[in-house]
Write a protein that binds this ligand. Structure first.
Ligand code: SAM
Length: 259
């Protein structure tokens, strides 16, 4: 995916394709992140959102003018060095722009997005493992075409879910709540109360819509889903979310869905 993002769910789409071959009116993804499922699914009608404004502004720029975004990022990548990385990071923190966001995302440590308590992006420079930008201008145009069917919004999950009508499909991938796991995508932390509010809304929406939810497989996550409509499937997934060798463990995720 063009934007690297912690918690990418590409594996979910590849390993469980049957969960995505369903009929629906509008596709909703309120915790978009890098949008791995959205770009693989390519829905005809979608509402996608995230609370991170820089991420969302970057997707909007990709949708509206993919060629300019590509040329601007390519220029930044072509002149990349450790020194320029920190200059660009300061520039981004003073005056954020989509091309700076994408440049930092592609060249920072592990593609992580983290902010300090005053909301400044503070991830150090990454180590090169392959090309910094393994995409062409045509790839950017392709991603823009996929985004042309989507309404892209910077907002919290409850605002997005308030737009769900009937026979819609909602893929829900909130940050993990477990202690010490990677759950800070910005200065705001997704809390257990947020998870409670989210699932109570999903219980309500499950009467008339198809819902797929993924998270750590924990009893206090499962027990929030109330009613016989919910199916639970435990899946093992290797993760390297911490970016360290030690942090590269297998963890149990749960898929919860009602169709
Ligand atoms: C696990 S990631 C989603 C990863 C995505 N499925 C992918 O494949 O890249 C969770 C996302 O939730 C977003 N988020 C955190 N709190 C939120 C909130 N209150 N409302 C909406 N999005 C939020 C984070 O910015 C992050 O992008």
């Amino acid at each position: 995916m063009i934007i690297k993002w912690a918690g990418s769910k590409k594996w979910l789409f590849k390993r469980h394709p049957h969960l995505f071959t369903i009929k629906y009116n509008t596709y909703f993804e309120p915790f978009l992140g890098g949008g791995s499922i959205f770009f693989l699914l390519r829905p005809k009608n979608a509402c996608i959102s995230d609370i991170n404004e820089h991420l969302i502004n970057c997707f909007k720029a990709l949708k509206e003018d993919p060629k300019s975004l590509y040329l601007d990022v390519k220029k930044l990548i072509d002149s990349h060095s450790e020194e320029t990385y920190y200059l660009r990071r300061d520039e981004f923190n003073r005056s954020p722009k989509p091309e700076l966001f994408l440049y930092l995302n592609r060249t920072c440590y592990n593609g992580i997005y983290r902010e300090n308590s005053s909301g400044k992006f503070n991830v150090p420079v990454g180590k090169r493992s392959s090309s910094w930008l393994p995409f062409s201008q045509d790839d950017f145009v392709y991603f823009s075409e996929v985004l042309s069917n989507a309404n892209i919004k910077q907002q919290s999950f409850l605002d997005t879910l308030s737009g769900v009508k009937e026979n819609d499909f909602i893929y829900v991938d909130p940050p993990y709540i477990k202690e010490n796991s990677f759950r800070e995508y910005g200065k705001d932390v997704f809390s257990p109360d947020d998870l409670g509010d989210l699932v109570s809304k999903l219980n309500e929406l499950s009467k008339n819509n198809k819902i797929l939810f993924s998270n750590f497989d924990l009893p206090n996550v499962r027990e929030l889903f109330v009613g016989p409509q919910w199916k639970f499937q435990s899946v093992e997934q290797a993760t390297n979310i911490s970016g360290t060798k030690k942090g590269r463990t297998k963890m149990k995720e749960v898929l919860i869905y009602n169709y």
